[in-house]
Ligand binder design. Structure first.
Ligand code: FCB
Length: 476
């Protein structure tokens, strides 16, 4: 008998985690041999980030990691997803590793394990060493080979103690925001290059997976995190349905096609014909990319609503998490993006947990038998301490509650979801938005760097400790 959908208790082995990424929290950008990544360069380029903000100090996690891990343990979290800064490990993006850089991650992992928190490593969360960008970046095939070498180095260093591995975080953003719309580093606006980048990111994932497995114990799990879009058509009009299919190819098929099924969809080739001939997909690439995975990570924030572009219809463009002002889509000028109805977060992203359920069920069908993790989900709100210094964020509690219920409902519907990582542990550097958007369950005072758990952190910690969602009105 399936369990009732209203149940909010999770399976006992379900992992309750939080996620971060290196450039968004570490700071210490010039320490222990680290060199600039594309995000250092981009954030220091005038006009690229809100207020010219950058990650030089970020939330100083590089120096405060012990306290941050202690805080996670106090809250009761069971898992922590973090990323490795490639340019700390291989400052030129190639050649031998810098041990001091790796040592930081060794210490972090030891600290997590000592507190009973499972580490999950993301190898690439958008911070390509600048030297590799200077050599052409992701549009160049060589970058995929360099990534495999880097993956092997990190796998050798941490593979004995870290079981959960994620090759790439949201390659869609790296390819299309980095090389298409240019709103992310390296800030290039070259539609053809963005598709080349997508292919070489896929190749990097495949080669990186093989490289990791060549040096790690077989028990370890290798996955990647996709921000697959939940694309909804504005109407059932055939033109709108075709627009939704096109965006589904450009947002999703371009990655899960080769990764899960060993092919790019025919319709993707057709849609991108004006921009690229795909001649950089060489013999053997699709097989190299199509490595069996141990799990799939899904990052979800908000759905996208699209229609065929009509002279009287113009909406905001997609940013990978629903609608916004970005326009990263090569060859999709005939598609219009619309604001989905409903309440919105500080990012302007609509709160819609049904999209998360839909996404999970889609990949349950798309990749039967593959365990799923929600590797990111969360919301930015305008959080402020009250007179007593406490930070109350009932909207975030409601957001988490709604989305975790959607996860639970998907499990009841037969999906194999093994865990959930809240984005994010701490308020941090939100890329082009700088420090203005606060996604943390833990508030950071940017003048003192003091950490204060918000009420959502206590709420989520209780869920993690009990495996059951507390009521939303619970203030702990
Ligand atoms: C995702 C990123 C993460 C953070 C959240 C809000 O696209 O992976 O670093 O910026 O969005």
């Amino acid at each position: 008998m399936p369990e009732p959908v209203s149940s909010v208790s999770f399976p006992p082995a379900f992992l309750w985690g939080a996620a971060t990424s290196a450039y968004q929290i570490e700071g210490a950008v010039r320490e222990d041999g680290r060199t600039p990544s594309i995000w250092d360069t981009f954030s220091h380029t005038p006009g690229k980030t809100a207020g010219g903000e950058h990650g030089d100090i970020a939330v100083d996690h590089y120096h405060r990691y012990r306290d941050d891990v202690a805080l996670m343990a106090e809250l009761g979290l069971g898992a922590y997803r973090f990323s490795i800064s490639w340019s700390r490990v291989q400052p030129t993006g190639r050649g031998p590793a810098v041990q001091r850089g790796l040592d930081f991650y060794r210490r972090l992992v030891d600290e997590l394990l000592a507190k009973g928190i499972k580490p999950a490593v993301t190898l690439y969360h958008w911070d390509l060493p600048q030297e590799l960008e200077d050599a052409g970046g992701w549009p160049e095939r060589e970058t995929a080979y360099r990534f495999a070498e880097y993956a092997q180095i990190v796998g050798e260093a941490l593979g004995d103690r870290v079981e959960q591995w994620i090759t790439l975080n949201e390659p869609w953003c790296s390819a299309f925001l980095g090389y298409g719309s240019g709103v992310h580093a390296p800030g290039r606006t070259e539609p053809a290059a963005s598709l080349r980048a997508a292919h070489h990111l896929n190749l990097a994932h495949g080669l990186g997976t093989t490289a990791l497995r060549s040096v790690m114990p077989a028990r370890n799990s290798v996955a990647l995190s996709l921000n697959s879009s939940v694309v909804r058509p504005l109407s059932q009009d055939p033109a709108d349905l075709a627009a939704a299919r096109k965006i589904d190819d450009l947002a999703n098929g371009v990655f899960h096609g080769p990764i899960l099924h060993g092919l790019y969809p025919e319709s993707l080739y057709a849609a991108t014909e004006p921009v690229t001939d795909w001649s950089y997909v060489l013999d053997g690439d699709l097989a190299a990319i199509n490595q069996p995975l141990d799990a799939l990570g899904l990052n979800y924030y908000s759905p996208s609503l699209v229609s065929a572009a009509k002279p009287d219809v113009s909406g905001p463009r997609a940013d990978g998490h629903g609608s916004s002002e970005y326009s990263p889509w090569p060859a999709a000028d005939d598609v219009a993006f619309h604001q989905t109805p409903g309440e919105r977060t500080e990012m302007g992203w609509t709160v819609d947990p049904t999209g998360l359920h839909e996404l999970i069920m889609r990949y349950t069908r798309e990749a039967p038998g593959l365990p799923l993790y929600i590797t990111e989900n969360g919301a930015a709100y305008d959080d402020k301490p009250d007179a007593d210094g406490r930070v109350h964020d009932p909207e975030r509690i409601a957001y988490l509650h709604g989305h975790l219920r959607a996860v639970r409902r998907a499990i009841a519907d037969g999906a194999d979801v093994r865990g959930y990582y809240l984005w994010s542990l701490l308020d941090n550097f939100e890329w082009a938005y700088g420090y203005e958007k606060r996604f943390g369950a833990v508030y950071v005072d940017y003048s003192t760097l003091e950490r204060t758990p918000k009420s959502s952190a206590y709420w989520y910690g209780k869920a993690a400790r009990t495996g059951t969602l507390p009521a939303v009105e619970t203030e702990l």
